[in-house]
Design a protein around this ligand. Sequence first.
Ligand code: DC
Length: 224
Amino acid sequence: MKKDMVITIDGPAGAGKTTVSKRLAECLSYRYVDTGALYRGVGYEACAAGISSDDDPALEKLCKTLDLNLVLSDQGLRLMSGGKDISEEIRTPAMAMMASAVSARKPVRDFLLVLQRKLGREKKVVFEGRDMGTVVFPEADVKFYLDATPEVRAYRRYLEMKLKSPVSLEDVEKDIRKRDENDSSRALAPLKPAEDAVIIDASSLEVDRVIEAMLSHIQCKYQP
Ligand code: DC
């Protein structure tokens, strides 16, 4: 198999990108980068500084001071901001919405574009996000777009979230649809499959089958 690839996995919230990206990275002994966590980190720091999600000058100033790092620890991938672990804080429904809101702003996208490309320099990375194959790594070796129906995505998210706090399926589905709308309709780097992405509908596929399909695509591409 071709060595040292950049692999991108884009798709909407709740499609199972995180589970699949981690597993694929493990299978290939690659690094896994969760770019949504970086957007959540910016959203979290903007909230903490009292900056509104549409205040571009303040967001630009904030980004210049940020020191975001993804670090692999015993507890998995952690997001560090200025040395502080904010991995739990960024995983709330409010932070998901804030991340989606700041991700539509140019200073935030410009800041994270540079950071993400730096992380891709060493190759052997699986990047999970929304615009990894379209904007950040248009030359990526392998691109996937993982999709599922909004109902399936909401139900999966609901099962995950109710382990942590009481939530209703209706609220989770509403949030997912709102984020789909924000992420796909924004002017900058909207969520959409790259022209050369392999689209996988995971609505009724188990994780193992998704991984098999991905590995077999990679094998076929590089060992035809
Ligand atoms: O993957 P996630 O749910 O943690 O992402 C949170 C938000 O960040 C998502 O609603 C849109 C934004 N995002 C983005 O615009 N581009 C990326 N590459 C990753 C995430």
